[in-house]
Write a new protein. Structure first.
Length: 469
């Protein structure tokens, strides 16, 4: 069993799914090797010249950060001048087994941009229409009579404007529904991508994994990218770990999903980045549509088609980005088409987000500015001092509807939050009942009747009930 996490940057909540579907077997090396592979080989990519100051800094710093945050495995890919410059995987897959350069990571929501690139290639070939109602190919029974049904299009899905919840299990009824009219505002949704998958599979009479393989993975020589399968090389798989560095017991068997659970390597996702930086193999008009702001999420931060879009950078630069976050998974990719630079970071633990932020700040000249925009809050938060007795009222264990636990303890004039899928984080009081996380747009609000409400981006994402003091 695997658990979905609600939002991208910081996910305190998990939604349970029983995964029983299997990916059809496919040998990861079934593709012919191109005669002229423009991507650096594994061995060449980790060699160092005397002037490689950045790489030497990463070799020195990353292991220290891994120890600090209890993250067993971290992969880094650097892109420069539109080519893969360096690939390195740090740490162990298990005690005494160093992680190989081709370590396999589950990348959670970083699956979505991969699916988007498949769809945009189908659009470029004339086989799919961004603005055709998806109802022509799929209608979910839960919304079959909803007047908003025909407003759902691929463009709306790829820019997260469907009006769907992230997952239908977010609601008490467990049914799919519209929170608002599609196309009127942003609201991140995995359900939207799954809706799109159903439409694609019905139109082409192929499962998504097979479409992805033929349309994107083979052309980009992404030989190690796939969904779970019986022939998956589990000896290379980076198993998931909690905030204390302990391995989660969950099985890695996961289904084909347009929003989640693709498995890949640092090198393969860097190949995707090189493609995206260099035009993605798309006609200029479609590429321009992909990088055009489709909807604003906050200042200088938008959604393009399949990617987060960061504007407001020096010299007219912009960034395409996407992260992945599930229990024991934190990943991030940032690509800069104008300067042709990029970075891919993958980790296998809940605290991985803290390491990826540090790596991005160190590796990209624009890293600090990018993270400032991406993590910027929707409001200003100021610390206050509360009596210990007030904070102590909120400490204890909170149980989510899926049975997973969230633990809150007092840390001086602050609280520490940890639990299943939650980074071990410190939040500070800004009022008698509200706490915030510095550097991330996340807040918790407590009540005297034993509930905590979690907000991200100023929006409520979950209420959790207290079970023990």
């Amino acid at each position: 069993m695997r658990f979905k996490i609600n939002l991208i940057v910081f996910f305190l909540v998990c939604l349970a799914y029983d995964y029983t579907l299997a990916y059809p077997s496919r040998h990861p090396h079934a593709y012919p090797t191109p005669a002229h592979d423009t991507y650096a080989s594994d061995h060449a990519s980790i060699s160092l010249s005397p002037g490689d100051t950045l790489k030497r800094s990463l070799l020195r710093q990353v292991p220290l950060w891994m120890e600090e945050y209890h993250v067993p495995c971290v992969g880094v890919g650097l892109i420069d001048n539109g080519k893969i410059k360096w690939i390195k995987v740090f740490g162990d897959l298990k005690k005494g087994s160093p992680a190989p350069t081709n370590t396999l990571f589950n990348i959670a929501s970083q699956t979505k941009p991969v699916v988007a690139m498949v769809v945009l290639r189908l659009v470029a070939s004339g086989n799919w229409d961004l603005d055709e109602p998806l109802a022509h190919y799929w209608i979910d029974p839960d919304i079959s009579k909803d007047p908003y049904l025909n407003k759902l299009t691929t463009r709306i899905v790829l820019s997260h404007q469907t009006g769907f919840p992230n997952w239908r299990s977010d609601s008490d009824s467990g049914r799919l529904y519209f929170k608002f009219e599609p196309g009127t505002r942003f609201s991140y949704s995995g359900e939207g991508f799954e809706y799109l998958r159903r439409a694609l599979e019905n139109k082409f009479n192929k499962t998504l994994d097979k479409l992805m393989d033929s349309v994107l993975l083979r052309p980009l020589h992404m030989r190690d990218t796939r969904y779970w399968g019986k022939d998956l090389d589990t000896n290379r798989f980076a198993m998931w770990h909690n905030g204390q560095g302990n391995r989660y017991p969950y099985a890695i068997k996961t289904p084909v999903n347009a929003a989640d659970d693709l498995i890949t390597t640092i090198k393969d996702y860097s190949r995707l980045g090189v493609s995206v930086i260099n035009g993605a193999g798309l006609p200029d008009s479609i590429y321009a549509d992909m990088i055009r702001p489709q909807v604003k999420t906050k200042e200088d931060y938008y959604r393009g088609l399949g990617w987060g879009l960061v504007k407001g950078l020096p010299d007219g630069e912009f960034a395409l980005e996407h992260g992945g976050s599930d229990i024991g998974v934190r990943t991030m990719a940032i690509f800069l088409p104008k300067s042709k630079k990029g970075i891919v970071v993958m980790t296998n633990a809940d605290n991985g987000m803290f390491i990826s932020d540090r790596i991005i700040k160190l590796a990209l000249p624009l890293g600090p500015k990018l993270l400032e925009i991406m993590n910027r809050g929707t409001s200003t938060h100021l610390r206050i001092t509360l009596p210990d007795s007030t904070i102590d009222r909120y400490t204890g264990t909170y149980k989510q509807t899926n049975g997973k636990l969230l633990k809150v303890i007092r840390m001086g004039n602050a609280i520490q939050v940890s639990g299943d899928g939650a980074p071990t984080s410190i939040l500070f009081p800004e009022s008698k009942t509200k706490f915030f996380m510095e550097g991330y747009d996340v807040q918790l609000e407590f009540t005297d009747n034993g509930t905590v409400t979690i907000y991200e981006g100023g929006k409520q994402v979950m209420k959790i009930n207290k079970t023990t003091p």
